[in-house]
Design a protein around this ligand. Structure first.
Ligand SMILES: Cc1ncc(COP(=O)(O)O)c(C=O)c1O
Length: 379
């Protein structure tokens, strides 16, 4: 299933109506400004960015990322940050730093499939902890799991979770950190969607409540600025030395040119201006896509109402097999992600994730209308 979703990336963009990929449309990204920063980085670095970079990452970039942490109540120094090739590499390295093959980790469910694949690849076992749109990872379930299993790490996406789109309330984040502190269990926090909020304020992070260095915060610019540059980071708290060493062993350092370019882009204060426009556009898109689902899908359809990010979680009649729906939809060049893919135990077979990363247009309208028709026909 996952292979077939990734093959969508290679499909000609104008051929497929793509609701599957959780990426922002490139029209929402500041390509020209970033190109200018690339030119600046090439001209102004003594070695033209040809040499290996620092294994921990470009110092100026780490400074800028540490500054961004002020927005979520973090007090982070550049030395607390390790630059990675995207958020998934950050999560993988954090997991590797605190587990051994055969260990058990507790993972919020449903969850981004890349995390399950990474866990499987490392020979770890998973306990799925159910997550709810309103309150996030269910803390009572987590408490029970901690009692029952030797949990070595907890993985969560508290802000605008993929695929539910929900945001864990700040009090719950604080309780989650208290719980992991009590049991001395590292918490890996994926905050990749945290900047894409539609409301007035950025939600806080679990890391902002961390007093013991047990929260390993991971994120990247893949959803908010530039997916292809593969720039992510970890703030691994007290496990920083282990993560730095794993990064060095894994791929020495991240590419110099992209790091220098993004450091320059951030230094110029352009990021916040770009984010303001992007948040506005995504909010409008969210409302438009949601309304179309309400209009075209059967009446008993449940659709999430996210306050950030760019995915909608759609729950259909229990009888509907969303993977069959995907196969049928692909015959009409419409791509969606079936819910099963977001669980290690194949739950959510009647659910779909729909990305609203693309601006609303006639194609999106047609695609959702066709999906509605197919669902009714299959039922
Ligand atoms: C929740 C979540 N975490 C991590 C990633 C991967 O991020 P990156 O592309 O920066 O490795 C994704 C990509 O879809 C995601 O949705």
């Amino acid at each position: 299933m996952i292979n077939s979703i990734y093959s969508d990336i290679a499909s000609p963009i104008d051929k497929v109506i793509n609701f599957a990929l959780a990426v922002p449309d490139i029209s929402l990204l500041p390509a020209a400004k970033i190109n200018k920063s690339v030119m600046h980085a090439l001209r102004n670095n003594k070695d033209h960015c040809i040499n290996y970079g620092h294994p921990q990452g470009n110092v100026e970039l780490r400074k800028q990322i540490a500054k961004l942490a002020f927005n979520w109540g973090g007090k982070i120094k550049p030395d607390d940050v390790v630059i990675t090739n995207g958020c998934l590499e950050a999560i993988t390295m954090c997991l590797r730093a605190v587990t051994q093959p055969g260990d058990t980790v507790a993972v919020e469910s449903p969850n981004y499939f890349g995390i399950f694949q990474s866990i499987e690849n490392m020979g770890l076992k998973v306990v799925e902890i159910s997550s709810c749109f309103i309150s996030g990872m269910e803390l009572d379930c987590l408490k029970k799991a901690i009692k029952k299993f030797p949990i070595k790490a907890v993985v969560t996406i508290p802000n605008f979770n993929n695929p539910l789109g929900g945001c864990m309330p700040d009090e719950n984040k604080q309780q989650l950190v208290e719980l992991i502190n009590k049991h001395n269990i590292p918490l890996i926090e994926d905050d990749i969607y945290g900047e894409l909020y539609f409301g007035k304020n950025r939600p806080r992070t679990c890391k902002s409540y961390d007093t013991r260095g047990l929260v390993m915060h991971c994120s990247s610019f893949s959803k908010s600025l530039i997916p292809g540059y593969r720039i992510g980071w970890a703030m691994p708290g007290k496990f920083i030395e282990q993560v730095k060493q794993i990064k060095r062993m894994h791929n020495i350092s991240s590419p110099s040119i992209t790091q220098a370019a993004i450091a320059h882009y951030l230094q110029n204060g352009r990021y916040e201006y770009h984010l303001k426009n992007m948040r506005k556009a995504l909010h409008t898109q969210c409302l438009r896509y949601m309304q179309a689902i309400i209009d075209y899908f059967p009446e008993d359809t449940k659709v999430s109402r996210p306050h950030g990010g760019f995915v909608l979680w759609v729950e259909l009649d229990k009888k509907l097999n969303a993977f069959k729906l995907r196969t049928e939809a692909m015959k009409h060049n419409i791509s969606v992600v079936p819910g099963k893919i977001f669980s290690a135990s194949c739950n959510y077979s009647n659910c779909l994730r729909i990305s609203f990363g693309k601006p609303w247009d006639d194609n999106a309208d047609y695609g959702l209308m066709m999906l509605g028709r197919m669902i009714r026909k299959m039922l």
